[in-house]
Unconditional design. Structure first.
Length: 104
């Protein structure tokens, strides 16, 4: 097996909690599964039907450390992010897209 060099500026930690997304300022909010999180970005599994494209600006609501849900009052924090990658092929059979975000 070949090891690839890490290209990320900050280490990633697993994110096994739900995340809320507001896309293009629309009131529609999607609940998605987090994959990993770093100081400046995140990787998420998002339903294929989500209207996301590279360059989109979204609002991300993440649970605070020690919280189980971003829905509980005071248990989450909102961030603005830009979509930097959308991979609709690797999890197609699961009905998911892998989305890379960079926080502003």
């Amino acid at each position: 097996m070949t090891d690839f060099p890490e290209r990320r500026a900050f280490p990633r930690t697993p994110l096994n909690q739900q995340v809320l997304l507001d896309i293009d300022g629309r009131p529609r909010t999607l609940t998605v599964a987090g994959v990993d999180l770093s100081h400046c970005g995140a990787c998420l599994n998002v339903p294929l039907i989500a209207p996301l494209a590279t360059g989109s600006r979204i609002q991300v609501q993440l649970p605070r450390p020690g919280s189980d849900s971003p829905l509980a009052p005071g248990a989450s924090q909102r961030y603005t992010a830009q979509v930097v990658r959308v991979d609709r092929a690797s999890k197609l059979l699961d009905g998911l897209a892998v989305v890379g975000l960079q926080f502003s």
